[in-house]
Design a protein around this ligand. Structure first.
Ligand SMILES: *Cc1c(COP(=O)(O)O)cnc(C)c1O
Length: 387
């Protein structure tokens, strides 16, 4: 069964792009490894399939599922989140164009834009995306092609008004790109709020099991789609069949996983808030968070990512990061298992010393789908090691 846009999220997650195989009736569409396709006479292709870089049924099934969940018309899947971002930027910008991005953007995104694409003539200005006047003046000061935002942001968990930001971008003739990795399409659908492009590291919540690296671009405009599709084909940073299959399998359970991640994130954040060792808890589900009302408006729930800052500074943060056992100390996020990250030396080491640097007393938690009491007990025992 295919899915239609008026069906609920979980129905689309399970069915979009997942038609059973017509010959045998296999309910799970088969994984297609073939790199090439037999032609019925020269140039006479079966269903458009010619060569694996240009098209693969397993990748197509994932792309259809992604488009259905983000409410887009076209989706493109890539070998990593950064490969998707690189292809997006190469498809839609030219030397002399400018990107205005959040001053707490994912470190790898900033590194790609500043240190790789900067040399090819793409400028950038990092700004605080929650300050719309600052965004508007940064956009006006250059030939801005993209306004690029992550909300919630990583790892400071700032919330930006997507609808208002889309207006700022469009008034200046720019496109709004939303990196929806942290929220996932279950919690937030930026295209419906006016964004032009959604990018994902599908390595995180979409794959959901920490066993596949991938990325995606979703759009709702045929002209943008054509340009992105061309670069996906011409550059070739596509996801392989096995990666696409694993990502599709993960995506089918995104809704049920995000409900649990969100419940656990809320429970952990509320527990942290009561602890005397804690200076600040950054979680949009707390009424004290400055973006709480906005997050309630544009997100279904608040997700599983929680950042926390310690009164005991860097020493306390490092000690907790190295003292848990249910939370595993590792980069990445969004898997079913809880992960612990010390951003300033791990995920965000590449922006150390820049204006995107992360506070040294901060740890970031990716709350998995284990039992909340066990996550809290693990943190409680780790806190006893704080010097
Ligand atoms: C991980 C991540 C990326 C990069 O994706 P990869 O799959 O690691 O290449 C981009 N944006 C955000 C918000 C991320 O967390």
């Amino acid at each position: 069964m295919s899915a239609s846009q008026n069906q609920g999220f979980n129905t689309r997650a399970v069915h979009a792009g997942q038609d059973f195989e017509p010959r045998t009736g296999a309910v799970v569409p088969p994984l297609h490894f073939s790199s090439t396709y037999a032609q019925d006479g020269i140039g006479n292709l079966r269903d458009g399939y010619e060569y694996g870089r240009g098209g693969n049924p397993t990748r197509d099934s994932l792309q259809e599922q992604l488009a259905a969940l983000e409410g887009g018309t076209h989706a493109y899947s890539f070998s990593s989140g950064l490969a998707a971002e690189d292809s997006l930027i190469r498809a839609l910008t030219r030397p002399g164009d400018h990107i205005v991005l959040g001053n707490d953007a994912y470190g790898g995104t900033y590194r790609l834009i500043s240190r790789v694409l900067g040399d090819w003539g793409i400028g950038n200005t990092p700004v605080d995306m929650s300050d719309l006047d600052a965004v508007a003046s940064a956009v006006a000061a250059h030939k801005t092609r993209f306004v690029w935002v992550e909300t919630p942001s990583n790892p400071l968990m700032k919330i930006t008004d997507i609808e208002a930001l889309a207006k700022v971008a469009h008034d200046a003739g720019a496109l709004l790109v939303v990196d929806n990795t942290f929220a996932s399409p279950y919690l937030q659908t930026p295209l419906a709020l006016g964004a032009d492009v959604v990018v994902h590291s599908t390595t995180k919540y979409i794959g959901g099991h920490s066993d596949v690296v991938g990325g995606a671009i979703v759009v709702k405009d045929a002209e943008l789609a054509e340009k992105i599709g061309f670069v996906q084909f011409a550059v070739g940073a596509v996801s392989g069949p096995m990666d696409a299959f694993l990502t599709t399998r993960g995506l089918k359970t995104l809704g049920v996983r995000m409900d649990r991640h969100s419940d656990n994130g809320q429970a952990v954040a509320e527990w942290l808030l009561e602890r005397p060792e804690v200076e600040a808890v950054l979680y949009p589900g707390l009424p004290s968070h400055p973006g709480h009302d906005l997050a309630r408006k544009q997100m279904r729930k608040f997700g599983g990512m929680v950042s926390v800052q310690f009164k005991g500074g860097e020493a306390a943060a490092r000690k907790v990061a190295e003292s848990t056992s249910v939370f595993t100390l590792a980069e990445s996020l969004g898997g079913i298992e809880s992960l612990m990250n010390y951003p300033s030396e791990m995920t965000h080491a590449s922006v150390k010393g820049t204006e995107l640097a992360v506070p040294v007393n901060l740890i970031r938690l990716s709350c998995g789908i284990e039992d909340a009491e066990d996550l809290i007990a693990d943190l409680e025992q780790a806190f006893t090691f704080i010097p």
